[in-house]
Design a protein around this ligand. Sequence first.
Ligand code: PRP
Ligand code: MG
Length: 209
Amino acid sequence: MLLLPQTNQLRALHTVIRDKNASARDFEIYSRRIIRLLLEAGLDLLPFEKREVTTPVGETYHGLEFTSRVCGVSVVRAGESMETELRDMIPGICIGKILIQRDKRTKQPELFYKHLPDDIGSSHVLLLEPMLATGGSALAALDVLRDAGVPEENVVLINFLASPTGLERVSHAAPGMQIVTSSVEDGMNEHAFMVPGIGDFGDRFFGTV
Ligand code: PRP
Ligand code: MG
């Protein structure tokens, strides 16, 4: 698991969005700044190969490019909050969707819909799932990717907030999948919400509270 460096700047961003009185606008803008950091860190975990280009002064720059195609797959609905940033960073990137909702009573994830890019099995995937509470939703989404032929080693989970038990469960069930997060929380309450937490990320980001 890669935890973003806990800089003062990152903690200040978290401070704005964890405030229950944060405006919808502030919540979106400030969480998107963190999402950008998570995506940049996640992309850095993918494999690269050498690529040379000629610079405007006629010299060779010995650079790098991704070894294979990169796709984003969001776990609807909260994961969709990360799509805009990813599309700004990599124009034309393919985005798949997996609709999973946690049953309000049992807290178990239910799969309702999936639409993945063709040939996703040969791509590397950024799996966009901001919340890792019990870890059930992330693992259910990974199962969908595995069924589509994506080895877990080719998946990087882009996560905003994680609980220690969720992280442990996911790392145990999918040791090959890499995880990037911006915060490891203290734990979960009796409603399987993380504490200190941020509330319902999807509701706050999309203004449906
Ligand atoms: C929330 C959150 C995660 C999931 C995390 O989704 O967005 O997807 O719960 O919980 P878990 O790790 O215990 O599975 P929810 O089903 O509430 O839907 P939403 O994304 O539409 O908000
Ligand atoms: Mg969700």
